[in-house]
Design a protein around this ligand. Sequence first.
Ligand SMILES: O=C[C@H](O)COP(=O)(O)O
Ligand SMILES: CC(=O)C(=O)O
Length: 212
Amino acid sequence: MLYTTEQIIEKLKTLKVVPVIAVDDAQDSLPLVKALSDNGLPVAEITFRSAAAEESIRLVRQHFPDVLILAGTVLTAEQVVAAKNAGADAIVTPGFNPKIVQLCQDLGLPITPGVNNPMSIEAALEFGITAVKFFPAEASGGVKMIKALLGPYGNLQIMPTGGISPTNIKDYLAISNVVACGGSWFVEKALIKQKKWDEIGRLTKEVVELVK
Ligand SMILES: O=C[C@H](O)COP(=O)(O)O
Ligand SMILES: CC(=O)C(=O)O
């Protein structure tokens, strides 16, 4: 089913954490998403940083119909179409690309574009978008920068990503405009490569407990 942006944001608010993943072998996405889902995180941002992204989204959609799938690192129109056809619930981009935003809006596909300054935020507002990714969060000034941006742009709903870890995630989530944080520390490429599903499950449980 197609969710609205509002429904996606509501789901993200309950989940609080979004695993940002890149798998080289699409088959790995199944035990990976099972480890996440079984341990309290039925969500994955599957990024087009690997050639296996489209197939991974398709497999996860087939095997885990209830898992929220965000397609991440979407940089081209072709990737938007591929992600939609494979069954992604929403598109996430690292930066603000008006062509990608327009295409998603034309397709009725929710998009959370990346912003990290007033200029990109105002570009998003021009498209009627108030739910944004703040990327790269830590390198762009982190919690301090978000608080400064919320002065003029107090109605934003924000998903910080980039440099989030167990040591700072609670500081981000303490800001009421932050709906969820993206992160890869518990789904690192090395863990996936070595098929450490139990370890990923353990780390997932840890982060779910941490943000409760
Ligand atoms: O760029 C990487 C992803 O957006 C997630 O960031 P991270 O690896 O710092 O958690
Ligand atoms: C970082 C991010 O938001 C992305 O790659 O989509």
